[in-house]
Design a protein around this ligand. Structure first.
Ligand code: CDP
Ligand code: MG
Length: 786
């Protein structure tokens, strides 16, 4: 109502003034017109969202036309940003009022940390504040703002361009892998961290940039932490360069000691309506019924992998006392307390959603699940069906920051997240479901109540919450470091051990050691310290993929299967295009088996899938349970890899033409390049890895029922089991020929030679066969060396 009045009033004044503008005092009129027009634009924007959009649009365009006609309103008149229909909503953001203060802080300090609740306007507004500050002084700036994910770099750039009423590219743009929308006039660039790192390879001091904004620093991903080491060094070289760090939930003290003289600005105020916060002990009594929910005693955990239950009382009496609960509730909670993070209770999730839906209160529901694997079965999905008229979104950690779902009132939060962890004992990196940190929890909470008072349903107890970590372990301390070490060596930043010691949270010595060992074993570095790269290492670094994948690419040349390996590496470096829709697992598995033909290889199935898709596109993808979008991206990665390989490799001979020869060549390359990722399968896809760990071929693999065979694989993922995802059956001969074995011990046991591939992997071979193989092996080795 007040917007409408404002609008009418402003319009009236404008119309009346338009008659006298020509002869009245010019300055006063210009000020007046500017004032009322910006109010009008804001009011119109607000109003257009409510009622009579056509009329308001007409009024607005008339008013703007009027302004454009009048030359005197132009020079310092309305900026195009003020003319944007989003001007009004920008002004309402908590960050908006702090614009001048933020600009002043950035001008005065080299490093600024900006903290503020999710949605308060950090990401979209801070770059604009700086830009406007420079525009006002007729100065030029070049702001590079990093985003943790491609999707957010693009959507934020689009949003900001819209807010500025400009075409994407004009003053605001984005640059992600394969898509560069930067023009000469661009002053604000949103990009991924990876892109900025790439830029720094050729422009280490970031010449040309005036401001670097690192957004969502709390995520503490590997690349951001790596970037921060480099930026800290650049700040010394370039005293004029400004660094701005932004986050909703970061612990400022860590950064305060890392960046000397860092200045912190906190944006006060909440964007949210009040949020009711419920723990499981408060939710359970509200549920209409919980039959079958209270299981007798034992946890339903299938494997022994992953995190243990949180250190909270698991005894019902202790619980009843600690939380002052009735006995039946304490029994339920005691059961919950015995759960491991991977034991997600879908029934509980469904019951909570049903309860919310049954309340007939309006508002969308956002459910946080650890990963896409944990989605309920078909029957349970029925309740999420759209006929209910309620928006129910099942999301992963991505919805914490990168994606905003509108109209969410209820957040159902399982308290878990899925991320990569390096098993310190086995040195296997695995995607694991773990308890999240409180910081994740607060992000999820912030997703509720953006449009009206909300509720945060935490499906765990207050005691479990207390036992959770404040922040997640930084990725640098929980992931493999091969690629990073290769990058450090290739950028000549010194010994990886010394360079990474400068990180905000340096990695553990053992993990670093393991990474360097792997690089040494691949032949990528000259010494075990990783001080410098071998010619092979240089080639691997230039390929810009995981060194193991790089080696596959290089080996594919002499083995004449380069095109196949390009597809395989593009997919392994990104993700699998195979899909397995719930309830259709059988058909999906059959489709994959058909694609594999007789190869007994998920990766050759992948190659065939890609070849088929290139011809049949969407239709082929649909028929074969493949993701068209993933294949499309794999295709682009592949093209990119192809052109970098062309630069790195001098000549690439023609591939084999016979399909059987091709398959054999691929298997040889996989064996040689993926070593020591080798496993021996016994019964129905179950077996042991080369280091003696029990492993299981994933049910989605074409080899899930393989018996008595050797497989090579790229990755192990530990969930309820230690699963091998992309496996390929290889004969004994290739594994003896191409795997870099430790020794061929000439220990005759009767008529056999024992070959030791790895400490726990011995193969006994007939003496004559061994002799043949040994000679062949020397030939192959000589061939590969040249
Ligand atoms: O970074 P922070 O979480 O502080 O907020 P932001 O991303 O700048 O978002 C400020 C406002 O812009 C929010 O209300 C979002 O809903 C809106 N926004 C949007 O509509 N579309 C985007 N792509 C990004 C933000
Ligand atoms: Mg943000």
């Amino acid at each position: 109502e007040s917007c409408r009045k404002e609008c009418q009033l402003a319009e009236l004044r404008l119309v009346r003034n338009s008659f006298s503008l020509g002869d009245a005092d010019g300055y006063a009129d210009a000020v007046f017109v500017r004032f009322s027009a910006s109010r009008l634009a804001a009011a119109a924007a607000a109003l257009s969202a409510v009622k009579a959009p056509r009329r308001v649009a007409r009024q607005r365009s008339e008013a703007l036309d009027f302004l454009r006609r009048d030359a005197r309103a132009e020079p310092r008149g309305l900026s195009s940003a003020e003319m944007s229909p989003l001007w009004g909503s920008r002004q309402r953001l908590p960050a908006f009022a702090l614009g001048p203060q933020i600009c002043a802080a950035i001008r005065r300090h080299q490093v600024t940390l900006i903290l503020g609740a999710t949605g308060c306007g950090k990401t979209t507004q801070v770059p604009q504040f700086i830009l406007e500050d420079f525009l006002q002084r007729s100065a030029h700036c070049r702001i590079v703002a990093t985003q943790p994910r491609r999707i957010s770099a693009v959507s934020v750039a689009e949003r900001v361009a819209k807010e500025r009423n400009t075409r994407l590219g004009e003053s605001v743009s984005f640059k992600i892998r394969f898509e560069d929308k930067i023009e000469d006039t661009t002053q604000v660039v949103f990009c991924t961290v990876g892109i900025l790192l790439k830029v720094m390879q050729s422009n280490p001091n970031l010449d040309g940039a005036t401001h670097i904004i690192v957004d969502e620093v709390h995520e503490r991903d590997l690349h951001t932490d790596f970037l921060l080491i480099l930026l800290r060094r650049v700040l010394n070289e370039r005293p004029d360069l400004k660094l701005v760090l932004m986050s909703a939930t970061v612990d400022p003290s860590a950064f305060q000691s890392y960046f000397e003289g860092i200045h912190t600005v906190s944006i006060p105020g909440k964007t949210n309506f009040p949020i009711q916060e419920l723990f499981l002990e408060e939710i359970l009594p509200k549920l209409p019924d919980r039959p079958g929910w209270r299981r007798s005693g034992k946890s339903n955990s299938k494997g022994s992998m992953g995190q243990k239950p949180l250190p909270v009382p698991q005894d019902e009496r202790a619980l009843a006392e600690a939380l002052q609960l009735p006995m039946d509730l304490a029994t339920d909670l005691a059961w919950v307390h015995q759960q491991r993070p991977e034991d997600i209770d879908y029934e509980l999730v469904v019951q909570v959603v049903q309860m919310i839906h049954g309340s007939n209160e309006p508002g969308g529901i956002l459910i946080f699940m650890p990963g896409w694997f944990e989605l309920p079965t078909w029957e349970q999905q029925a309740i999420f069906a759209p006929q209910s008229g309620r928006k129910v979104v099942v999301a992963t950690v991505l919805a914490e920051t990168s994606i905003t779902v509108e109209d969410i009132v209820y957040v159902v939060d399982c308290g878990r997240s899925r991320s990569t962890f390096l098993n310190e004992d086995t040195k296997i990196s695995a995607l694991r479901t773990v308890w999240y940190s409180k910081a994740n929890g607060f992000q999820r909470r912030g997703r509720a109540g953006r449009c009206r008072p909300g509720v945060w349903f935490r499906l765990f107890s207050s005691l479990q919450w207390e036992a959770m970590d404040e922040y997640q372990l930084p990725e640098m301390q929980r992931s493999p470091l091969e690629e990073l070490c290769l990058e450090v060596a290739s950028l000549q930043l010194g010994r990886p051990v010394d360079f990474l010691a400068e990180a905000l949270s340096p990695p553990s010595k053992e993990v670093l050691q393991h990474a360097l060992e792997l690089l040494h074993r691949l032949g990528a570095v000259t010494d075990a310290e990783g001080h410098s790269l071998t010619p092979l290492g240089e080639q691997l670094a230039r390929l810009q993929v995981h060194p193991m994948l790089g080696k596959l690419l290089l080996l594919s040349v002499p083995f004449r299967c380069h095109n196949q390996m390009l597809t395989i590496c593009a997919s392994l470096g990104y993700k699998s295009p195979f899909q397995c829709p719930m309830g259709m697992e059988k058909a999906a598995n059959q489709a994959r088996l058909n694609l594999a033909q007789k190869s007994r290889s998920d990766l050759i199935a992948l190659v065939n899938a890609y070849e088929g898709w290139r011809v049949g596109k969407r239709d082929f993808a649909r028929r074969n349970f493949l993701s068209h979008e993933t294949l499309d991206y794999i295709h682009r990665l592949r093209e990119d890899l192809r052109s970098t390989s062309r630069e790195v490799l001098s000549t690439v001979p023609e591939d084999h033409t016979d399909p059987d020869d091709l398959a054999e060549a691929c298997k040889a390359v996989l064996t040689a390049g993926l070593f020591p990722n080798l496993a021996w399968l016994q019964r129905r896809g179950k077996g042991k890895s080369i280091s003696g760990l029990p492993v299981v071929v994933h049910p989605g693999s074409v080899n899930s029922t393989e018996e008595w065979s050797t497989v090579v694989f790229y990755e192990i993922q530990e969930t309820s089991n230690r699963f091998l995802y992309d496996s390929t059956v290889v004969g004994l001969a290739p594994s003896l020929l191409f795997a870099p074995s430790r020794s061929w011990r000439e220990v005759h046991r009767g008529k056999r030679v024992v070959v030791e591939l790895e400490q726990s992997w011995h193969v006994a071979v007939d003496v004559q066969v061994a002799d043949e193989l040994f000679k062949l092996r020397q030939l192959v080795a000589n061939f590969l060396d040249t």
